[in-house]
Each structure stands twice: as structure tokens, then as C-alpha cells.
Design a protein around this ligand. Structure first.
Ligand SMILES: Cc1cc2nc3c(=O)[nH]c(=O)nc-3n(C[C@H](O)[C@H](O)[C@H](O)COP(=O)(O)OP(=O)(O)OC[C@H]3O[C@@H](n4cnc5c(N)ncnc54)[C@H](O)[C@@H]3O)c2cc1C
Length: 378
């Protein structure tokens, strides 16, 4: 009888696992992917939607178009996992039994956790990025503040990238001289990665983007238009853009599969749940202290898939484990970008920003649909 492999979440990580397991097990596994919306969203594009360089429709495709025909897609929301009975309960009332389960449900943003912040702008959801672009189009002069309301958040360099792209946008509209752009970082540098922060900080200064360190957003006063940090500093704004706090999905919390913020504890090499047998987690859903990024979800997906294929075939586990590999692009504006590469044993390195990295990111953004979800890239 075919093994039942159930994957929760049809984002980048879940889709790759589903396609690879179905391909490599040759029908010795029946692969089911459960996704809450049935729509696959390419989130890195939100940055460009927020400044009018991309259309929302270009960032979404039906998940069914990205899965192999031998993967069963169930469009439903997982509401509870029972690891003892190896069952998943869905919102519709349907129950799925599994032999192997992969949790790839990503994260959710919870702006409501920050007092006063609900009206603030963000580029972490499609709706947020679309609304932000509308506000920017109406913006003529004043102070735009970009702040971070909680760590961890997806794509650590994204607020810095947004600051650079915003600078380009304001220059193109001819209103840069009437605008102040302030970037508030929770750390003593631009973002988590020290080497890349050192590289981009002089460029931020060159572009007139004011960086304030040790500013962990605690609350917002939407009437006075001020944002206050846990450190006790207050900054005035005309337009506020916040990176919202992130949590794991509700299903993790209600099933007690994760910690108090809903992150799933896994072995950082094998991606197996530290407590429950037959459960893996990958991508943003895990508690691994590494960038929550599409590249991590991608690399982890290939590892989890290989382990599940070995289990299904009754073979010994693959020798290759997840080594903490991360690879990201960081737009530095004016048509240039850099990259960030590291793993558990090699510290981050970033080359001098250049046009070719900007073009490499643009090409990746466009070719994503034909390569990554299918697991065609290594
Ligand atoms: C503005 C921005 C810029 C970014 N830039 C980059 C970048 O340049 N490079 C990079 O590598 N990464 C980037 N990222 C991060 C990247 O998009 C995420 O890290 C990546 O999508 C995580 O993949 P995932 O598969 O873990 O989760 P996701 O892609 O978020 O997918 C999760 C899926 O689970 C589904 N789901 C959730 N709950 C349930 C449930 N209960 N039942 C069923 N289905 C459920 C959702 O519908 C979704 O389809 C960026 C993100 C943002 C927001």
C-alpha cells in the first residue's frame, strides 16, 4: 500500500517537497498537499508592488498549476494536527491520515500586537503592499519612517531594501528633497547580518536615509503620529511603514506542535520535529534561528523530501543534511544589488553592490515560476 505523505502549506517549501517526493517515490507514496487558499504567492515581489514596479496579479498562480499531476491538492485549512493518531483535521471537517507529515505553513503577521499600530502601512502582505503604494502615490512631502515591530521577521534585509527602493521612487517622482526617510533598526546596525550591514550603511548615508539603531517598536500613537521604542525613544512620522510582528500559524498553536510563538521545534540538520515522530517542518514555520527566507525554505525542502523518500523506500537516511545554507539578494537602489551567502559554518559574505546582482534578482523573480516550485534548481 502506498505511504500517505501529507504536506501542510503550498508556499515555496511545501510545493517543492510535494513535487520531489511524488517524483522520486514513483507512486510508492500518495502525496497530498493541503493549502488554505489554493493560490501560490511569490512574496518577495511585495517590495515592488509597494512602489508600483509590479502588479499583484503577476505574483500569484493557482497552486494546481505548480504541482505534478500525481500530487493531490486539497484546498482547505488545517485546524489541528494529532501526532499521536497521525491525523490532520481540516476546517471543512475532513480528516487526513498520514504516515509522514511536513509542516510548511509559513508565518503570519500580527500587527494588532503593537498598540496603536493597526493603521500603519506594511509591505508584508499583498493587501499591505497595495495599500502602501496608494499612500505613496498621494504622498507629497514629509517624513516616512520604516520600523521593525518584532524579531524574527521574514527576509531580514527587506526593510533596508525597501528604504533603498523608496529612495529611488521618491527621486523618480522629484519629491526626494521634500521628504525625510528614516530607518529604525532594532539592532545597533542596519539589520541582523553584520558584514552586510557594514557594506550598506555608508550607502544609506550617501542616499540621505537616516538610520537609528536600538529602536524596537513598542507602540504607535496614530493621532500624534509618533512611534515609540522599548528603549524609550519617540520619532514623529507623516507616513509609517512597519514590519509587523510574526508568529507561526494558528494550527501550530492549537495543536501544541510549537513554542509559545507558534514556531515548530526541529533538528536544525534533519528538520525532524524534536518531539513527534513522522513530523518534519521546513521554511518559515520552524524555530531554527536562521533567516526566514524563500531560499532557506527551498534548501530545507530538498532535504526533507530526500529523507521522506528514503523512509518510503525503506532505505537508510541520506547522508546529506541541511547545512544552514542561505542565499539572498539585497537591492541597494539605483539599479544595483548585492547578495548574502552563508551557512552554519561559514559567516555571511556580500560582494560590492553591482548592476549584475540587480539583474540576477530580476531574472530570478521572473523565472521563479518555472524552476523553483518544481524543484528544478539544486
Ligand atoms: C516583502 C518580502 C520580501 C521577501 N524577499 C525575499 C527574498 O528576496 N528572498 C528570499 O529568499 N525570501 C524572501 N522573502 C521571504 C519568503 O517569501 C518566505 O520566507 C517564504 O515564502 C517562506 O516559504 P514557506 O514555504 O515557509 O511559507 P510560505 O511561502 O509563506 O507558504 C505558506 C503556505 O501555507 C499556507 N497555509 C498557512 N496556514 C495554513 C493552514 N492552517 N492550512 C493549510 N495551509 C496553510 C499558506 O496559504 C501558504 O500558501 C520575502 C518575504 C517578504 C514578505
Amino acid at each position: 500500500m502506498a505511504a500517505e505523505v501529507v504536506i501542510l502549506g503550498g508556499g515555496v517549501g511545501g510545493t517543492i517537497v510535494a513535487n520531489l517526493v511524488a517524483k522520486e517515490t514513483h507512486r510508492r507514496a500518495h502525496v497530498t498537499l493541503v493549502d488554505a487558499t489554493g493560490i501560490h504567492v511569490y512574496q518577495p515581489g511585495f517590495l515592488y508592488v509597494a512602489i508600483g514596479l509590479e502588479q499583484p496579479a503577476a505574483l500569484q498562480r493557482p497552486e494546481s498549476q505548480l504541482l505534478r499531476p500525481d500530487v493531490s491538492l486539497v484546498v482547505d485549512r488545517a485546524t489541528r494536527v494529532d501526532p499521536a493518531a497521525r491525523r490532520v483535521l481540516l476546517e471543512s471537517g475532513r480528516t487526513l491520515r498520514y504516515d509522514q507529515l511536513v509542516v510548511a505553513t509559513g508565518s503570519r503577521t500580527v500587527l494588532e500586537e503593537v498598540p496603536g499600530a493597526l493603521g500603519a502601512h506594511d509591505f508584508y502582505t499583498m493587501a499591505g503592499a497595495t495599500r502602501l503604494y496608494k499612500a505613496l502615490q498621494e504622498f507629497e512631502r514629509g517624513t516616512i519612517v520604516i520600523g521593525v515591530a518584532g524579531i524574527p521577521y521574514k527576509c531580514p534585509p527587506a526593510p533596508v531594501e525597501f528604504a533603498f527602493l523608496l529612495d529611488d521612487y521618491l527621486r523618480a517622482r522629484g519629491i526626494r528633497e521634500k521628504t525625510q526617510v528614516k530607518l529604525l533598526s532594532p539592532l545597533n546596525r542596519a539589520f541582523t547580518i553584520e558584514a552586510t550591514s557594514k557594506l550598506v550603511q555608508p550607502i544609506l548615508a550617501e542616499r540621505g536615509i537616516e538610520l537609528t539603531g536600538f529602536f524596537n517598536v513598542e507602540s504607535v500613537d496614530p493621532v500624534a503620529k509618533t512611534v515609540t521604542s522599548m528603549e524609550g525613544e519617540t520619532v514623529e512620522y507623516d507616513l509609517l511603514v512597519l514590519v509587523p510582528p510574526h508568529r507561526g500559524q494558528m494550527v501550530i498553536e492549537t495543536s501544541r506542535l510549537g513554542d509559545e510563538r507558534g514556531w515548530v521545534p526541529v533538528d536544525k540538520n534533519t528538520l525532524k520535529h524534536t518531539e513527534f515522530e513522522h513530523v518534519w517542518a521546513i521554511g518559515d514555520a520552524t524555530n531554527i534561528p536562521i533567516s526566514k527566507s524563500g531560499s532557506v525554505a527551498h534548501y530545507e525542502a530538498t532535504i526533507a523530501a530526500a529523507e521522506i523518500v528514503a523512509e518510503v523506500k525503506g532505505e537508510s537516511p541520506p547522508a546529506h543534511v541541511y547545512d544552514g545554507k542561505v542565499m539572498c539578494f539585497l537591492e541597494t537602489g539605483q539599479g544595483q544589488a548585492t547578495t548574502i551567502r552563508f551557512d552554519y559554518t561559514h559567516p555571511p559574505v556580500s560582494p560590492k553592490p553591482a548592476r549584475r546582482w540587480h539583474w540576477a534578482k530580476a531574472v530570478f523573480n521572473k523565472t521563479y515560476w518555472h524552476t523553483v516550485p518544481q524543484g528544478r534548481l539544486p
